[in-house]
Write a protein that binds this ligand. Structure first.
Ligand code: NAD
Length: 448
């Protein structure tokens, strides 16, 4: 599954050449396979004094079988000799900018020792929940730290900031597990907010969706096919939706994962009603993944190109959400996950239609989040960067190669990376994550 350039630089002459001319050497990324431990080595956990999360996260990780080493903020030595696989720092005790030096004290002596595909996670308080402006300033500063470490550390190491609302401490487990595991291999430089919610602990973290019904649109191939596989792996019965012309591929995907195929064009006038009829007994997880591109610079774009992209990628989702919510098709505690794109965040030449639709998805997720919260449900979006699928295979070679390399992982993501992120949103343990947009882009250099 390595691209041609990755294959080349794993040979001795290829590596020699890449080093001589300063080309990137894409690291092998640790990805999750069922049965893997949460993380293959020790986690060093530290925190600024008076932090409220160290005492929750330490026992949580220990109970999950992780070797946790707690160090004071001035730790200079690596305990036990083993390379740390993650550095987790509780920064919630930082209330003044002068105290940000605790980040330096904790990370600087240890950061180079972190194993390949290791993890950096900083836990903070959302600035909007801070007691005063100085605390809010110091907490906002954490973003610059985690985004920079992600760009600096390389070797497949990811770095994230998780803001945890006061009172939501117990709800952080699904997120910490996701970020430490190989499930988040291609997620880096993200800022994730965990809010207060009733979080029922899953009976089995390996099958958190057991007994649930999920729907995935655009399921016949690419990212959608991977989402079907991961949701089924996690225990869900998956209804696979795609256009009728893809019915045979769709049937194969459904059969491979014990689900059912439901051929349907999501833009059809009667699609929402047809879905509501088909899902009469309700659905727990609905994944809006179907998407199309019709690229042209704006001056050369005909109305048909504009309309189909907006209709498939945005309007059809709004119309389906209307029945999911208006007719109570989405069960209490349900999850909606939509698919945005880095183009929807950063914009892209030749993609005014696509970027408009994908920015609209972000608007939809943010504006519907309070409605979903009032039902004990959530709505979130994944925003993929460059992911190796048929959609990106159609991009001209030079642009494609730039897209692949211009990120902290110096490689494209795989459909499974997006699928794992969707599964984390879908998990019952993620009830406190609502209205979020998480990029699966290897910390792309493009965009925010
Ligand atoms: P893909 O083209 O391989 O698959 C998209 C699927 O959606 C296809 O099976 C297609 O038949 C289906 N589809 C299209 N129109 C439909 C309709 N009207 N009704 C039902 N199904 C329909 O694309 P992909 O790369 O797997 O992308 C999946 C999603 O991820 C899309 O929303 C895309 O915009 C988004 N995305 C992908 C990338 C990437 O790098 N591949 C990056 C950002 C966002």
């Amino acid at each position: 599954m390595r691209d041609r350039y990755q294959q080349l630089v794993t040979t001795a002459p290829g590596r020699f050449l890449a080093r001589r001319v300063g080309l990137p050497e894409p690291p092998h990324l640790r990805r999750h396979t069922p049965g893997d431990p949460l993380i293959p080595g020790p986690v060093i956990l530290g925190g600024a004094p008076a932090g409220r999360l160290v005492k929750v996260v330490g026992p949580m990780l220990a109970a999950a079988g992780v070797a946790v080493r707690e160090l004071g903020p001035r730790a200079e030595e690596r305990p036990g000799g083993a390379r740390p696989h993650a550095l987790v720092f509780d920064a919630t005790g930082i209330t003044r900018s002068e105290q940000l030096v605790a980040l330096h004290d904790f990370f600087a002596p240890q950061v180079r020792a972190v194993a390949p595909s290791g993890r950096i996670v900083v836990l903070g308080t959302p600035p909007e929940h801070c007691a005063d402006t100085r605390e809010a300033t110091a907490q906002r500063a954490l973003e610059g730290f985690t985004r920079s470490t992600g760009k600096e550390v390389r070797r497949g190491v990811t770095s994230q900031l998780v803001y945890v609302t006061p009172g939501a401490e117990e709800g952080v487990e699904s997120t910490v597990r996701f970020l430490l595991s190989g499930r988040s291999a291609y997620v880096s430089g993200q800022v994730i907010r965990v809010g207060s919610a009733e979080v029922p602990p899953p009976d089995d973290w390996e099958r958190p969706l057991a007994g649930k019904v999920a729907v995935v649109t655009g399921a016949a191939r690419g990212i959608g096919e991977a989402i079907v596989g991961v949701l089924a792996r996690d225990g869900a019965h998956v209804v696979c939706v795609d256009v009728p012309s893809a019915a045979s591929e769709l049937a194969e995907v459904a059969a491979a994962h014990g689900g059912e195929a439901y051929p349907l064009d999501v833009t059809a006038a009667d699609a929402p009603a047809a879905l509501a009829g088909h899902l009469r007994s309700g659905v727990d997880v609905f994944v809006h993944n179907a998407g199309v591109t019709r690229d042209r610079t704006l001056a050369k774009m005909d109305a048909a190109r504009w309309e189909i992209v907006l209709n498939v990628n945005l309007t059809s989702e709004e119309r389906i959400n209307d029945v999911l919510l208006g007719e109570n098709v989405l069960r209490p505690g349900g999850r909606i996950v939509a698919t945005s794109s880095m183009a929807g965040i950063a914009g892209n030449p030749g993609q005014t239609n696509y970027a408009t639709s994908k920015a609209g998805v972000i608007g939809m997720v943010r504006s519907l989040a309070p409605t979903l919260a009032s039902r004990g449900s959530t709505i979130n979006a994944v925003a993929p960067g460059f992911v190796e699928t048929r959609m990106t295979a159609a991009i001209p070679l030079v642009i494609r190669e730039a897209g692949r390399r211009m990120n902290s992982m110096t490689q494209g993501g795989r459909p499974i990376d997006v699928a794992e992120t969707v599964a984390w949103f879908a998990s019952p343990g993620s009830a406190g994550i609502n209205g979020e947009v998480v990029r699966v882009c290897g910390q792309s250099l493009l965009g925010a």
